[in-house]
Design a protein around this ligand. Structure first.
Ligand SMILES: Nc1ncnc2c1ncn2[C@@H]1O[C@H](COP(=O)(O)OP(=O)(O)O)[C@@H](O)[C@H]1O
Ligand SMILES: N[C@@H](CCC(=O)OP(=O)(O)O)C(=O)O
Length: 285
């Protein structure tokens, strides 16, 4: 393992810019806390507009982006007077069924402003695990890109049961990255990256800027999520990193709560890069 602990130092701009610019295909994962306003239960429209402008910039220079978005449960649950207790599976399914519509309408409206269509793709665990369904999902994602639309993926929460669900979009995004041989997976979250401890618990925690091997010491840093509708925390982000790195895909965690968060990464803003060894690139067909 070589992890460079830096006291809030940013990754050198050249590193991030090189990694992003050289990627033919990227996956951008957006967490619930970024897309859904916890107070109003509405989509954070102005923020989404900036992310979409970033995404459009990638397409303009010949790159491809697939978005994996959370937020369906967070948006839908605000239509019920659920107390602060966690939602039961049936409530999550109902909330997701309602929230997904609002989520897609917001993406569609923003993409349309830039001349792009939206292709909604809802995946279940078996779409990844079953070879035939996996190839079918990959073909659909590629077809959507070829007709000039942007694939926007989420888990099919409405039909997912406790036994069949993915549970979090960090790992789903990593599986999609492996499926379509993406070179870079970007996890936009509400923190700058992996810290030595949860920075919400310890403000002195230090940002880890680069990880080349996920060791027990790295795993010990990761805790769970404090956000009500988020399901990943840092634990699932490290699981996602393993999936991505095993496929030879680079992964970066950065804070989405910035104007133009993808541009911020490219300009060397704070982030954690997970960099696989060159020989690890093995695609799963
Ligand atoms: N070592 C760590 N470094 C950074 N964040 C951590 C760590 N351990 C736990 N966390 C928590 O993980 C959260 C990010 O995950 P999550 O809440 O699921 O967001 P997202 O919606 O982006 O998936 C952070 O807000 C933080 O509270
Ligand atoms: N499919 C779920 C994803 C939940 C999830 O992974 O949330 P997060 O940890 O905020 O990315 C939804 O749309 O709410």
């Amino acid at each position: 393992m070589s992890s460079h602990l830096a006291q809030q130092h940013s990754v050198p701009a050249i590193t991030s810019a090189v990694q992003l610019l050289s990627a033919r295909r990227l996956i951008v994962k957006i967490g619930s806390a970024l897309i859904a306003d916890a107070e109003t239960g509405e989509v954070r429209g102005p923020w989404l507009e900036m992310v979409i402008e970033d995404v459009v910039r990638f397409f303009a220079r010949g790159q491809q982006v697939i978005i994996v978005t959370s937020g369906a449960v967070a948006l839908g649950s605000c239509r019920f007077n659920y107390s602060d207790r966690s939602l039961r599976i049936q409530e999550k399914q109902t909330a997701a069924a309602i929230g997904q519509v609002q989520l897609m309408l917001s993406y569609e409206k923003s993409l349309k402003r830039h001349g792009f269509g939206l292709g909604q793709v809802l995946l279940t665990r078996s779409d990844i695990d079953d070879q035939h369904r996996r190839l079918n999902a990959r073909s659909t994602l590629q077809q959507i890109l070829e007709v000039g639309a942007v694939p926007v993926v989420n888990e099919n929460d409405t039909t997912a049961t406790a036994e069949t669900c993915f549970g979090d979009n960090d790992r789903l995004a990593a599986q999609v990255a492996q499926m379509v041989n993406a070179e870079v997976l970007i996890l936009l979250s509400n923190v700058d990256g992996l810290f030595t401890e949860d920075p919400h618990d310890n403000p002195l925690a230090r940002l880890v800027t680069e990880v080349r091997c996920i060791t027990p010491a790295i795993e010990a840093m990761a805790g769970h999520s404090a956000s009500r509708h988020s399901s990943g925390g840092m634990v699932t982000k490290l699981m996602a990193a393993r999936i991505a790195m095993d496929a030879g895909c680079k992964m970066v965690i950065a804070n989405g709560n910035k104007p133009y968060p993808l541009t911020a990464i490219e300009n060397g803003g704070p982030s954690t890069w997970f960099l696989p060894r060159a020989k690890d690139r093995a695609t799963r067909d």
